[in-house]
Design a protein around this ligand. Sequence first.
Ligand SMILES: Nc1ncnc2c1ncn2[C@@H]1O[C@H](COP(=O)(O)OP(=O)(O)OP(=O)(O)O)[C@@H](O)[C@H]1O
Ligand SMILES: [Mg+2]
Length: 360
Amino acid sequence: MARFKIDVAFINRENEMAELSNYLEGRPNAILFLYGPKSSGKTTLMYRLFEQMEAEKRYEINFLNLRKVFLTSYDDFIEVFFKSSNSEKGLKTGTKRQYSLFGLFKLDAFTEKMLKKRQEDPFLIMEREFQRLVKKGIRPVVIIDEFHKLDGLYLPDKQKRLMVELMNFFVAMTKESHLCHVIIASSDAFFIEQVYVDSKLRKTSEFMKLDYLEKEDAFVWLRDIKKYNQVQEYTLDEKQIKIIWETVGGSAWEIHYILGKLFQYPLDAVISKIKREKVAMISDWAFNDEARNGLLRHFRKQPIRKLVELAGTDKAIMGQAVKDNILFYDPVDGIYGIQGKSLEWGIRGYFEEMKMLRGQ
Ligand SMILES: Nc1ncnc2c1ncn2[C@@H]1O[C@H](COP(=O)(O)OP(=O)(O)OP(=O)(O)O)[C@@H](O)[C@H]1O
Ligand SMILES: [Mg+2]
């Protein structure tokens, strides 16, 4: 009986893993920001790093994925970042060292009470915890995914933005006291840009970009789906692999999607469905909006544009396109790109449809 399921593969990323390991090997000196286009694999890479470092007793890794949590107030932040030591049962996984994906720091009952009554400073608690670990010869590491979700939260005095205060705290913990490594990942290009244009933060941070998989990696993967995804029911020939690459590029999420569909449908049907969906997405975004159409025209033939080349284009529209995940912006090299190769097909298809409509 045919299965309709593929195993999730993890392809390459050796350089990126080495870069992250290097960062953790050194003395804490800067916050590391991991950024990259939508679904490039940032979270997956963080989990991999977490698993790898977990095996090493030298590190105490605190990993928090904010995408999974509900955050609307300062109290939610306290709830998510701090966990009392007696509420941790059930999180233990066999003999593995304990970690919590929900609460970063473990508290005794008294401290927890003080914290909840707002008579303890959460930043001081964290610093004390880092110092305690460092004294024991353990290196604390904080990894926070989807950090931008803290935006909109304020400290109890309602004046200070929690996200800003937390970042300042992490600057102090890395660059100033060298106590703790901090990795912050975000899929929000707008957030990364804000960090990058803040000269104080930029000088105290490293930026690491995670792009889609390279062509070579995608080809190695697709030539051996038996090995990488345990697929026995079909194989792909070079022509098919080329078609997949030309449609979705190195977007692992979309490659996984295609492989899953190929149990039931022929490749050309799957590919044209993807393209149709992208055309619909672009039409929804740009239809009857001259400014958005104007922006997309820039990207119609050549997908990557430097900011300077886009001079004259309304900045607000570009910001909107980034927020809506149509464009990706890399603040480090100042380049705008389309969020993935499949969307380029969407843009092309959209203009073809427009041409046909006008021709009628
Ligand atoms: N190296 C890889 N090899 C194969 N598949 C991968 C790889 N990295 C990520 N993926 C797959 O790609 C998909 C997207 O990955 P992930 O969620 O980690 O991306 P992300 O960059 O965190 O996305 P977002 O921008 O939404 O935060 C997942 O389904 C994951 O299994
Ligand atoms: Mg992610």
